[in-house]
Each structure stands twice: as structure tokens, then as C-alpha cells.
Design a protein around this ligand. Sequence first.
Ligand code: SAM
Length: 693
Amino acid sequence: MIAVSNLLQLETGKTHLGLTGPTIITNDHNNSDNNTDSSPGEHPVVLAEPPSPPSAAAHAQLPSLAALALSDPVERWLPDAQLTSSSTNTAVETTPATNNNDATGAVPSKGGENLAYTYPPPPSGDETTGSLPYPPATPHLTRAPIEIATKDPAVGRGVFATAYIPAGEVVEISPVLVLDEKEYKGRSKGEQDDGTLKGVEASQLRGYVFTWGRDGSMAVALGIGSLFNHSSSPNVTYSLDYSQYTISYRTAKPVRQGEELTIFYGHSVRFSGTDKSVEEAVVENDAIDDGWGGLGGLHAVDEEATEGAVDPDEKRLAHLRSLSPQELAERDNEIIGPDEPEFHWKKVTELIDPEDAELTTMSCYAIDVPARHSSPVFQFVRKHASRKFNELAHLKRVRPIASRAPSPSPPPAADEDGDAERSHRSDPDQLQSVLLFPVASAPADLVALLAASPLASALAPAPVPVVYTVDVPAEAARTEKQAREWGAVWPVQVVHVREGAKAVKRKKGWERAKVEWVQRQAEKVWERAQEAGRRGEHPIACRVTDSWSADFHTSLHTPLKLVTAHDTRLSTGNVLSHAASNAIDAVAVLDLQGGRPPLHLFGPDAANPPYLLTGLTVFLSHEPCLLCAMSLLHSRIKQLYYIKRAPGAGGCGSLYSVHEDGGLNHRFEVWEWDGAQVGGIGAGQDDELRLDP
Ligand SMILES: C[S@@+](CC[C@H](N)C(=O)[O-])C[C@H]1O[C@@H](n2cnc3c(N)ncnc32)[C@H](O)[C@@H]1O
């Protein structure tokens, strides 16, 4: 049971516990991932519930395991500010519930709610003799090399490896005993909570139950499942199987012989009476019910840590709110160029911006003739050109011999119709090189044709000069700089027009408000990925949001998030449960339930009616693998931002660039974090994380 206090109430009055297992519906008010999105005192709105696991009272007609698993790692909510400001008549509301049931004393939260729910200490045994309540080792039958032992009386029994266990091994599948809310809490839904523990919750079992679904049911894991102790860096992850009524436990990391196998009980935990918990279970200050599951009785908030602390985001918002509309617009619209320190993103593209292109050359035939004889050469070329279009249109046709040697600024060259004439007029005997044909498309009998051409007659009795090959620029220059550099090879035309798909890297920068919006979304997905890692999953997360539009968003706009999901390959044993897939599935489930936020909350790119992820933006902690990149493409996303590359596996820049393959039926923009690798959001571990090891 996670954060019993962290209840969500829909308009129906239905109350939900934070989910156990990787499933998440989060109370905005308390969830770190959204705290910075919210105004204090306001509460999030859950627009839709993911498919519900069965309640203890409704075990018939179970949904498929797959359907449940898909929604497991998913959080969905709308930002408070938007909902309160723009959708007061929206169909749903949430209110924080309270829980005063704390055997060890209620710990009031900032808002006056009692959020604490502290674990009881393990049975103490006989203090006078120091004997343990249970034998130091307990016999059991399991195929996994594990033993139940008490190595630290303050923690009680735990599960230890008797031999090395590789990562990914299922070490236990525990059947569960499900208790409904009334049985567990000793009171019916809606019944006044008088602050005393009742029912099963009043017993020792309080420290042994897992939240089971969202209707208040709790599950006792029979077998070894109840004996895993908590760690904030666990080596075992687990998943709930609502159809089988089991919880399976799988190693998330290799475990050494003698090492304790631990699971993660919840975002922050408190164990009464055990000093160990203080170092072991660091209390994190603002997240309570992450819905990850874990055993019951999770405490809540560390008030001391948050008391008086000013949320930096709140401070920022307060400043922004103090600005006049004009001041705000000026600030928001200031363009931050890609080379400025605040700009942390680089576009992921294989396409080369023509303005940055290096010189490429092609081989051509040329001939040197006095300027006065240029015209017969041009006529000859026109007559024998094998292509309808002029393959050398991007080049000046003529180069005065004097300028053949490279020079920083070649003299203006003669062209076919104008400059040649001028050069002819200025000095008709000036020798100049004239381009004939690209070698690849020249007539096979070029020399013979020239010998029979009017040029030969014009030059007679002098012979037709030798035809030679010369390398010339293969493309027109796009900038004066390119024209200067490439012109040293052969005079080239300058074309200032940008064209189509190639013109992808317009370096105009982003509005300040967009820079901040992208940064905040990226930080949130990164936090979520780290969180997943702490729980023994691969530290990969995905966040689906609306798309930035300068006409629609301001820096006061609360980032809208449709879903956030994390990778669940380790807990589910399904190698396809990548974060992006989980997120895409979650959006589909949301839509099936009609739970997508009202369209007016989205920027103008969102499809109307909604269709897949059309027009939406996706933030990923890591570059998507090829499969996920294709899934995002099929989902019709508008943009993708990722923080870390996945060398050898990524489908958006590393192995391949799915997002700009002209043969596929959709394209999207991709940006990669380019900020500090130390101290920034991309800092730290998993640089080389492979998505498909
Ligand atoms: C599910 S039980 C685990 C098995 C338990 N140690 C036993 O002996 O039965 C949960 C209880 O174990 C203890 N515990 C688990 N993890 C702990 C930790 N990291 N630090 C201190 N106590 C812990 C707490 O007393 C908690 O109520």
C-alpha cells in the first residue's frame, strides 16, 4: 500500500489508493513529477483511470493480464493550473484524502493532512535475553538459491542469496491473499476515519501488505514475498499479476552470494524504531505515492525537509506573474540562439544543411580557347548535350585562364551569355577555359565531334585544342563564403533560396519560453527515468506532452502531460515493454476510455479529433530503439526530444534515422540534449545504455 493518504477522488466520489505494482495514477499534489507543474494548494485531475485490476469483491471477469500490464507504469494527469483556470466545468476533480491512521503517531503534512504511515518495527523477541522472535534461519522450499535469515535484528528477517544469482532471474512467485478495503481498514468506504487503526491494518500485517488494485484492496503475499526488506536501491523488482493472484519477484541486478535481496516499498519510507531505516530509506521530501507499489504502510512526507522551503519553480512563477502582459511577452519572445549557453539541444538529422555543406566535386571535360571563340563552343555544347537540362547550370561556364590558380576571391568569371561577351569585348584574345560536359554524360566521340564542329573551322588553321578533365563543384553555393571557397576550384553560382526537405537546420533559435518549456519537460522525464532505475527497472522513461506553439504557450503555461511511462522489461520479463511502447499503449487506453483532456488545453498542433499521438511531442530519457522509433512514427508524433543517445541500438540518429526516412509515411523532428554532461540533466550514469542488450 502506498501512501494511504494519497487518495484520488473522482467526481463519482470513488476513492482510489495509489496503485501498487508499477501502475501509477498520481496525485499531482504530492508527486514530484508534477509538483513543479502545480500551484500550491491545487490538486490534480485524473481524467481517466487505467484499466482497473479486480477488487477483492469482484474477482470474476478479470481483465487480461496484458491489458493490466500495459497500463502499469503509467501516470496520467492534467496540470492543475490549466484545469482550474480553463476547465472549471470539467467532468472530473480530485481532492486529497486524509489518513489519520498511524500507529506511531500522525505526521501532519504541510497542508494539514496526515500523510504519515510508518512501518511497525519487526517483532522484537525477548529483550531481556536478546533472543529473536523467529529462528535465525527459516526452512523453506524454493528452487532459487535464497535463504531466509535474520542478520540485523533491527530489520528482522530478510531474504539472502546463498549463491550468485544473475540479473533477470525469477526468484519467487508468491500467491496472494486479497483483503478488501473494509476487511483491511475495518471500516466501509465513506465511513468516517476516526484516526485509529482498525481491522487488519491494526495488526502486524500492516507491514506486510501490498496495494492490490485501486479499490482499497490489499494483498498479503504468501511465501517469501512477504519477507523482502526495503532498499532505496533494490536488487529485486516485482510485478503483480491480477489474473493469477500472484506477485513475482525478479532480480534486477546480479546478486552476490550472501547479499540481501531487497525490493522497493515506495518512494519514501519510514520504519519506526529502526535507525537503519534512516540511512537505508532516505526520506525524499516531496513524493509520496508514486504508485510503484510496495508494501503497505508507507509514510509520506518529510515535513522537516520541506517546511519553509520555497519551490524554485513557484518562485519563478511568482516572478512571471508579477510581470505585465507586455513585459511577459517581451521576455518570453526573446530569441535564444543555438550558440547561447541556455540552448541545450541539437537537432538530430542526417540531412546536411546546404549552408554548411562541404565542397563536393564532379569531373568535367573542358577546353581552353581564346575568348573570341567561346560562342562556337557554347553552340557545340548545346547541340550535343545528352540531357535536356543543363547539368552545369550551377557553374559559370567559363573561367579566365589567369584565375585558374586558387585565390581567395577569384575574379568574376564570364558566363555563357553575358560575361563571356563582356570578356570577349574586353580582350578577345584572352585564353579561357570553357566547360564542355560532365564526364559521366559526355558524348563518346567528343574529340571527333569537336574536330567536325564550327569551332574547328573558326580556329583553322590552328588545331582544336586538347580536351582535358577538370574537377568542378557539384552543387551551387548557398553562401558567399562557399562561393569564395568553391570558386577557387571553379567559379560557381550562388543560390540563396532554401529548398524543401534539405533546409532543415535553420539556426534561428527558440523563444525563451520554449527553451524553458523544453527544459522542464526534459527534466521531468529524466527524473522519472532515474526513479525507475532506483526501483530496479531500466532507468528509461517517456513523457507524452502537447507541442510547443509560440502563439499558444507562454512561460506561465503549465506543461501539459498526457502520460508518463517507464520501461518495465525487468519487472514484466517482457523484452518489448520499453518506455515508449508503454506510453503509446497508455495513450491508447486513455482514448478508449474517452479520457483525453479537452482539446482546448492543447497547442494548435494536436489533431482534432485526437488520433494516436498526432501533433504531440514526446520526451524520452534515451533515444528510442528502432522498434520504438517506428512506433512513434506510426503514432504520428510531431517532435521527439531525448536526453541520451543509445549507441548501437537507437533508431533516431544512432543506428538509423527513422524520423527522416523519405520512404516512410511520416516524418518528425528529433532533438538531442546537448547540455552539460556533468551537473546537467543528462549527467551521470547509463551513458552507454543499450536499449536492446
Ligand atoms: C515485509 S516485512 C519484511 C520482513 C520482516 N523483516 C520480518 O522479519 O518479518 C516489512 C517489515 O520489515 C522491516 N523492514 C523492512 N525493510 C526495512 C529497512 N530497510 N529498514 C528497517 N526495517 C525494515 C520493517 O519492520 C517492516 O515493517
